[in-house]
Ligand binder design. Structure first.
Ligand code: PMT
Length: 400
C-alpha cells in the first residue's frame, strides 16, 4: 500500500507525444495504491490506443461526450463524482487553454467542469509553446483557481529542442499526486471497527437492543479508510449505507460480532470498539413466538462475551480502543474500563446528554489513556472521527 491507498484517480490523457508515458503512469499510480480510470481526448487516441490504457487500468476507457452507452454506465457526471483527483497527463497547450476558459466541448473538459475534486495538470509541450505569454497566462489563471501544476520538467524534447516543457516522469507524477492528499497516516495498516447495536433474540420476532445508530462507528470507518487503512467495519443492524471502500460485515448478535472480530483482528493493527454491544442476552431463544398467557413474565439473561476485552487479551493483540458510554462519573468509569479491559485508549461520551452520543449527529468525548486525559469539544461525528483517527494513528506510531 502506498501514498494513494484507497484513492480514485481519473487520468485525463490529451493529445501530445508524451501520451505514450500515460501507460507507465497508470502502473505507477496503481503501485501507489490508487484505482485508475482513464478519459482520453480524441487527439490523445492518435498517440496511444484506448485499448492499451483499458488493459492497463482494468477499466473501460471513456472517450466521447455524446456516447449513450457510456452515459448509461459511467457518464461525465458519474466520472466527476467518482474521482478523488483528476490528473491530466499529458496536458497539452490546447487543453490548458480550453480548461482555462471553461469550455466543455469534449468529455474530459466537461468532467473537469462538473467535478469538485482537485485537478492536477502535467503540462507537456514544446518549450516555446510553454514559454508563450498565452500559455503562461492560462497556467497562472488555473493556479489561481487552485489547480495543481506538476512540472513541466527540463530536458530533451521530441522535437529536438532542449528546455522546459517535458512531462514529468510517471514515478514523480505519482509521488506528486500522493502529496496532494493530506492522508496516508494509516497507509498499509488494517483497522477493524465495530459499530451500531447488537440484537439479542428472545423469540423469532422479538429482541433486546439499544438506540445506537452506528453513526459514530461508520464515521470512524470512513476516516480510517481516508487515512489509507484497509478498513473492516463489523456492524449491527443500522439504517446507514455501508461506507465506500470499506469491507462491511453485517452481524446481529454480540456472539456473531465476537466471531467476526476475532477473525478480522488476526492481521489487524488497530481495533476500535464503537458498537453498543448488549451486555446480556436471553438465556434461551424460544423457537416459536412467545404467547402472552401470563400477566407477568420473567426473562432470564446471561452475560454476553466482552468483545473489546477479548481482543485486548489476545497474545498478539492490535492497538485496542474502546468507548465508554456513561450517564454519570464519566472520567472515573472510563478510567476503570481502560484498566479492567486492558485498553490503550477509551473514548468516553456522556450519553445522558441526548444532543450527543446515541443517535445524534454530534458527539463530545473525553480521551482517557495512561498519562494525560484530553477533552474534545462538541463537534459533528464526521469531524470527530478524523480527529480520533489522527490521535489513534499517533498512538500506533509511539507504540512501535
Ligand atoms: O451509534 P451512535 O448512535 O452514533 O452512538 C455512538 C455511541 C454512543 C454508541 C458510541 O459513541 C459509544 O459510546 N459506543 C460504545 C457504547 C457502549 O456499549 O459502551 P459501554 O461503556 O457499555 O462499553 C464499553 C466498551 O466495551 C465499548 O467499546 C463497547 O463496544 C465494548 N463492549 C461492551 C460490551 C460487550 N459485551 N462487548 C464490548 O466489546
Amino acid at each position: 500500500m502506498g501514498s494513494l491507498s484507497n484513492k480514485r484517480i481519473l487520468l485525463g490523457v490529451t493529445g501530445g507525444i508524451a501520451a505514450y508515458k500515460s501507460a507507465e503512469l497508470i502502473r505507477c499510480l496503481q503501485g501507489a495504491g490508487a484505482e485508475v480510470r482513464v478519459v482520453m481526448t480524441p487527439a490523445a487516441t492518435e498517440f496511444i490506443t484506448p485499448l492499451t490504457l483499458q488493459a492497463l487500468s482494468g477499466n473501460p476507457v471513456s472517450l466521447e461526450l455524446l456516447d449513450t452507452a457510456a452515459e448509461a454506465a459511467m457518464g461525465h457526471i458519474e466520472l466527476a463524482r467518482w474521482a478523488d483527483l483528476i490528473l491530466i497527463a499529458p496536458a497539452s497547450a490546447d487543453f490548458i487553454a480550453r480548461l482555462c476558459h471553461g469550455e466543455g466541448g469534449d468529455l474530459l473538459s466537461t468532467v473537469c467542469l462538473a467535478s469538485h475534486c482537485t485537478i492536477a495538470l502535467a503540462p507537456a509541450m514544446n518549450k516555446h509553446m510553454w514559454e508563450s505569454p498565452a500559455t503562461q497566462s492560462n497556467v497562472q489563471q488555473l493556479r489561481a483557481q487552485d489547480l495543481a501544476i506538476f512540472g513541466p520538467a527540463m530536458g530533451y524534447q521530441a522535437c529536438g529542442d532542449i528546455g522546459e516543457g517535458r512531462m514529468e516522469d510517471p514515478a514523480t507524477l505519482a509521488t506528486m499526486a500522493g502529496d496532494l492528499f493530506n492522508c496516508g497516516l494509516l497507509n498499509g495498516k488494517k483497522v477493524v471497527i465495530t459499530a451500531g447495536p447488537t440484537r439479542e433474540a428472545l423469540d423469532p420476532v422479538r429482541y433486546i437492543s439499544n438506540h445506537s445508530s452506528g453513526k459514530m462507528g461508520y464515521a470512524l470507518a470512513t476516516a480510517a479508510m481516508e487515512a489509507g487503512a484497509t478498513t473492516v467495519l463489523i456492524s449491527g443492524p443500522v439504517q446507514l449505507a455501508p461506507p465506500e471502500r470499506v469491507t462491511t460485515i453485517a452481524i446481529e448478535s454480540a456472539e456473531q460480532m465476537l466471531e467476526a472480530a476475532l477473525q478480522e483482528v488476526e492481521d489487524a493493527d488497530i481495533f476500535i470498539a464503537a458498537a453498543a454491544v448488549a451486555d446480556y442476552r436471553p438465556a434461551s431463544v424460544a423457537v416459536q413466538k412467545i404467547k402472552k398467557n401470563n400477566d407477568e413474565m420473567l426473562i432470564q439473561l446471561v452475560k454476553n462475551p466482552d468483545i473489546v476485552a477479548t481482543v485486548a487479551g489476545l497474545a498478539k493483540r492490535p492497538l485496542t480502543v474502546g468507548f465508554a458510554a456513561e450517564t454519570e462519573n464519566l472520567e472515573y468509569y472510563a478510567t476503570q474500563k481502560l484498566r479492567k479491559k486492558n485498553l490503550d485508549l477509551v473514548i468516553a461520551n456522556d450519553v445522558s446528554d441526548t444532543s450527543i452520543g446515541f443517535n445524534s449527529d454530534d458527539n463530545r468525548v473525553l480521551l482517557v489513556q495512561a498519562g494525560a486525559n484530553t477533552a474534545l469539544p462538541t463537534m459533528n461525528k464526521n469531524l470527530l472521527a478524523h480527529k480520533l483517527i489522527e490521535h489513534i494513528a499517533g498512538l500506533l506510531k509511539t507504540a512501535h
